[in-house]
Design a protein around this ligand. Structure first.
Ligand SMILES: C[S@@+](CC[C@H](N)C(=O)[O-])C[C@H]1O[C@@H](n2cnc3c(N)ncnc32)[C@H](O)[C@@H]1O
Length: 224
């Protein structure tokens, strides 16, 4: 299937390259076609993986890299529009000769519309931008429509993990997942959402929160 005829995506490749190193620029040129959302349909050919995880807004990609190294039989898909982050992760993939990562350079909202139904085992949303001003709330990754899409894309028993160090965003995200009848919040007691989920290494923004003595919120929702 070719998605490019039906969808128009914003092309982030034309954005400025000023802060990129020479290696980052050349790896982006090399992978341009493969990481554009138009190549998204190639994911459907990767059917040898039994467990597929998607990270939205992976930043510099430390968690993706760590997971891909530790679980070579799983596929890790990442979507990000931070050019330097994409370039850095591509360099790291080459360095470790990793085949079980697929990256897309684009907007997560576009990706969520394109992804196949009942496709993913896991979706990670780690420390998304909080967009505290009301007029910017529409930019928040979690909203009614994106949670509906996340539910559609996840397999039954699939999980959505959402971590944040921003109290306002924590309540916002929790509300959106709780209001969607497809999800159960996996928790013994609400207070436990302040305990780190130990199976995940710390992301860059999580470490920043620790440094500022902020105890993040950790949410895990299971699709039934
Ligand atoms: C605050 S950073 C957190 C990065 C990383 N997850 C971490 O915990 O260190 C949020 C990231 O989400 C990305 N992002 C925000 N909105 C996005 C969108 N609509 N599509 C793709 N990436 C997005 C930003 O570019 C940024 O790298």
């Amino acid at each position: 299937m070719n998605y490019s005829d039906d969808f128009k995506f914003k092309n982030y490749f034309n954005s400025r390259n000023r802060s990129l190193t020479k290696d980052q620029k050349s790896i982006l040129d090399f992978y341009q076609k493969k990481i554009s959302l138009e190549s998204f349909c190639e994911l459907e050919q990767l059917d040898e993986y039994k467990y597929i995880s998607l990270e939205i807004g992976f930043g510099t990609g430390d968690i993706l890299l760590n997971n891909a190294l530790n679980f070579p039989k799983n596929l890790f898909v990442g979507i990000e529009y931070y050019k330097k982050g994409i370039a850095q992760l591509l360099l790291n993939m080459e360095k470790h000769n990793l085949k079980n990562i697929r990256l897309f350079y684009g907007n997560a909202f576009d990706y969520l519309k394109l992804a196949k139904t009942n496709y993913l085992d896991e979706i990670l949303i780690m420390f998304p931008d909080p967009w505290p001003k009301k007029r910017h709330w529409k930019r928040r990754i979690i909203n009614k429509d994106s949670v509906n899409e996340i539910s559609r894309i996840l397999k039954s028993n699939g999980r959505a993990l959402f971590f944040t160090d921003n109290k306002g965003l924590a309540y916002w995200g929790l509300r959106h997942f709780i209001l969607n009848a497809d999800f159960n919040w996996e928790i013994d007691m609400p207070i436990n959402c302040r305990n780190k989920i130990s199976t995940y290494p710390s992301s860059r923004y999580e470490l920043k929160a620790f440094k500022n003595n902020i105890n993040p919120f950790y949410f895990k929702f299971i699709k039934h």
